[in-house]
Every structure is written in structure tokens, then in C-alpha cells.
Design a protein around this ligand. Structure first.
Ligand code: ZN
Length: 408
């Protein structure tokens, strides 16, 4: 698929028809009067043997690190990292999350770190482990080193952490004081992750464009404008290289795609700042995590479906024909990567209308990223969009909700 097939939104054109922005006493728009950015890790080491290359750097940052991980699938690999750290003479303590990044786990591991006088956290794993490691280091005021073991998210880069309940339901996100001190993106380690994690990372990374352009396409702030354009370039690269990267893990396309998902996506969030992050696609993700049936579905898999829902909303409520076109062109791309495009694919075909309403109400609660959209959305419009996310045609005259009620 050519990236040129997705002509949705030219944000620089949109920038010219922006509504007036309020001005402060220096005659500057409020949105550029002051901004605090955590743009990037202090150092990023990337490449085939990035872990080995980083040994001395790690030893210069901490002498008694806490090595944090979670899944059984990475246990052997993490044991190797632990052995390396001990061989370096570092007094290393190992800990595992029992759940997602949740307060119960954080409290327990925080106490362990204090008991062992840990002076750094090394988080090795997926997004939830990386978020937990960053949050622990933030709370203990010690350096954090992230070692992503997949390219499924940009959590190894950012100064943000998502907090979940012990059962995996999204609760809130927390802005951290800084990005990690060191991020080690070792291709050899990341390549060991299941291909499904890379597909999930692609969906999460392309969401940057769809979310940032709709929420900030008309920003007057130059850094935000540039971050939005970087998100477009990132999307184009993933559309072009994504399929080959998944087919061949030893290709150059794999390196470009893995680094786009884990590094560039984080950089865009760093440059764009807090106003250039998530919108409806992530609001849908957050709402879906409230469902037990959805806990085995990866973050980016839910976000990819959320992009389709967002585009459907733009089409139905915003009246943007190009959003409909973009959605219909994105569906085969996502399907080609084995990513879910509708409720059935997410394993949620048996959800009752009542449960769907609850999902919508969660997404519509006060402070939700859903309100980054430039038009009002209510829960019944969102329900329409959830059900019609993968519909091929234009917006139907007969409501999909009415049809579903008639069928049940
Ligand atoms: Zn995400």
C-alpha cells in the first residue's frame, strides 16, 4: 500500500483556518507562553549488541540496581541480564510484577528497593514493566534505565506511566519528572519478542498521527506543528515498511519499524508535549481495558481499533469524508498485520448492549481524551462508531445500534 493513498488531513493547511487563541499579557498565545518538555532519555543506545555495549554506562549510573521484569516468557532472558549485572560487580536485586503496573505491585517493590538501598531501577520488559520501572524510580528519586524487550510501545522512551488496577483496568496516567536516564534498545533482545508485539507497536505508533493531527492540527505552536508532521512521516514509513518488517525479522525494514515504534513515537510525544499525545483512539483503549474479556488483547491492538472508531466519529459527527476514506484504506492494512478491526476480532462479539454502553460511558467520563476531538461526542454516537468501525460503506441511514437491537 502506498502512503499516498491516505490523504486524510493536511494539518499545515488546517493551521491557517484556526480559531483565535487567547493571548496573555506579553501578547503571546497562552499555549506558547510556557511549556515544560521531557523530550528524550539522557542517552539512547540502540543496535544489535546495545546491551553489551552499555555495561560500563550502567555501572556509571548505579551500583545497586533493582532489575524489574514480569512475564515467564522473558524469565530466561532476564536471568541472563541479571548474571551480566552481577558479573559487572553490581549488587543487583531482582523483582517481578505480579500484575500490570498497579499500586499493589508498586508498593511491594518500592519497599524491596528501600530495604536493599537500591540506587537505580533497570526495567526490562514490555510497556507495563517499563512504566512501572519509571514510576518506581520517579517515586524513589533514583535513575531509571529502560530495556524494552519488545517494540510494542514507546514506554521505554517517555516521561509518562499508565497505572492499572490489579485486574488490568486502566485507572490513570501520571506525568513523570523526566525521561529515563538511559534507554537500551538492543535489536537482538527485541527480536526475540513474538511478531504480534511488533504489529501492536505499529498500530500504537500510527495512532500518533491520527490523534495528534485531529487534536493539534491547528496549533499555532511551531514545536507542536513539527511534532504533528513527524507523526505523519512516521505513519507513512510504517505503512510502507510494516508488512515487510513482519515478514522478515532480519530485514532493514524490521529495524526501521521497530525503532519507529519504540523510539520515534516517544520522541514525537516529547517534542509535542502534553498537548500532542492522545485523543479518541486511546480513550477507546482505556475504556476497553475495563472489560475482563479484553485483557489478553495487547495495548496497540486495542489502540488500532480505536483509530478506526475515531475516524468513524470524525466521519459521522465531524462530517469529514476524508476520514471515511482513510478508515476504509486503513482496514486492509491492519488486517494484513493480523490486527483487530472490529469487536468480533477483539473477542467481544458476545458483549451485550448494556456492557457496550458501560464502555462508552467510561470513554465519555470527564477528563477523557475523547474530548480532544474538535466536536462534541456523546455515548450513543460513540456506540454507533464502536459498532461501525469496520463497516465498508458510508455512514448508514439505518442505525447500526437499531440493527443490533433488532437482531438480539
Ligand atoms: Zn499507546
Amino acid at each position: 500500500m502506498s502512503a499516498k493513498l491516505l490523504p486524510h488531513r493536511n494539518s499545515l493547511e488546517q493551521a491557517s483556518d484556526t480559531s483565535p487563541t487567547s493571548m496573555n499579557k506579553n501578547n503571546l498565545p497562552e499555549e506558547v507562553s510556557h511549556c515544560a518538555h521531557s523530550i528524550a532519555p539522557a542517552k539512547v543506545v540502540r543496535g544489535e549488541r546495545a546491551w553489551e555495549e552499555s555495561h560500563q554506562l550502567i555501572a556509571s549510573i548505579c551500583r545497586s540496581p533493582l532489575l524489574l521484569g514480569r512475564s515467564i516468557a522473558t524469565a530466561e532472558l532476564r536471568q541472563g541480564l541479571l548474571n551480566n549485572l552481577r558479573d559487572l560487580g553490581l549488587n543487583t536485586v531482582s523483582a517481578e510484577l505480579k500484575h500490570d503496573c498497579c499500586e499493589m505491585d508498586l508498593k511491594r517493590i518500592n519497599a524491596l528497593a528501600l530495604d536493599n538501598s537500591c540506587d537505580g531501577v533497570i526495567a526490562a520488559g514490555g510497556g507495563k514493566v517499563l512504566d512501572a520501572g519509571k514510576l518506581l524510580a520517579h517515586r524513589l528519586s533514583i535513575p531509571c534505565i529502560t530495556v524494552p524487550l519488545s517494540a510494542a510501545t514507546c514506554a521505554g522512551w517517555t516521561a509518562l506511566a499508565n497505572i492499572y488496577s490489579p485486574t488490568g483496568a486502566f485507572q490513570r496516567d501520571q506525568v513523570l519528572a523526566r525521561c529515563p536516564h538511559l534507554m537500551i534498545f538492543d535489536h537482538g533482545l527485541v527480536r526475540q519478542a513474538p511478531p504480534r508485539t511488533l504489529a501492536s507497536g505499529i498500530a500504537d505508533a500510527i495512532a500518533k498521527w491520527y490523534e495528534a493531527s485531529v487534536s493539534n492540527g491547528s496549533s499555532n505552536d511551531g514545536l507542536i506543528q513539527q511534532a504533528v508532521q513527524m507523526a505523519r512521516v512516521l505513519r507513512d514509513q510504517l505503512l510502507l515498511d510494516g508488512p515487510e518488517a513482519l515478514k522478515d525479522q532480519n530485514s532493514l525494514a524490521w529495524i526501521r519499524v521497530a525503532e519507529a515504534c519504540a523510539l520515534t513515537a516517544g520522541l514525537i510525544g516529547g517534542i509535542g508535549g502534553s498537548r500532542c499525545r492522545t485523543a479518541a483512539a486511546h480513550a477507546v483503549h482505556n475504556a476497553l481495558t475495563q472489560l475482563k474479556d479484553c485483557h489478553e488483547v495487547l495495548h496497540g491492538e486495542k489502540v488500532g481499533y480505536g483509530i478506526l472508531v475515531q475516524l468513524r466519529l470524525e466521519e459521522i459527527i465531524g462530517g469529514h469524508q476524508l476520514a471515511g476514506q482513510a478508515r476504509r484504506q486503513l482496514i486492509p492494512f491492519l488486517k494484513g498485520l493480523d490486527l483487530p478491526v472490529n469487536l468480533e476480532d477483539l473477542g467481544l462479539s458476545n458483549l451485550s448492549l448494556h456492557e457496550l454502553h458501560e464502555v462508552c460511558q467510561f470513554a465519555c467520563q470527564k477528563g477523557s481524551d475523547l474530548y480532544q476531538l474538535p466536536f462534541p461526542v456523546n455515548s450513543s454516537a460513540l456506540l454507533e462508531a464502536l459498532l461501525g468501525a469496520s463497516d465498508n460503506g458510508p455512514v448508514p441511514v439505518e442505525s447500526t445500534v437499531t440493527k443490533r437491537m433488532a437482531a438480539s
